[in-house]
Ligand binder design. Structure first.
Ligand SMILES: [Zn+2]
Length: 63
């Protein structure tokens, strides 16, 4: 995997080292939102709480 392309993958502007591989915090957040939009749920959070409505709640944080 190479990173020869030194442009922001979101807007194609030159990337900034502080926000690499993006050009700004805005684009970094936007990339994150794309991941979330792609079907990723927050860790530990059921996508639909109703799916777990019938599950026993005896050990809610049994890690
Ligand atoms: Zn950008």
């Amino acid at each position: 995997m190479t990173f020869s392309e030194r442009k922001c993958p979101i807007c194609r502007k030159p990337r900034v080292a502080e926000h690499a591989p993006f050009c700004s915090k805005r684009c970094r957040d936007r990339d994150l939102l794309q991941w979330l939009d792609d079907g990723y749920a927050l860790p530990g959070q059921p996508h639909d709480p109703e799916d777990f409505a019938g599950a026993p709640q005896n050990n809610p944080q049994d890690d």
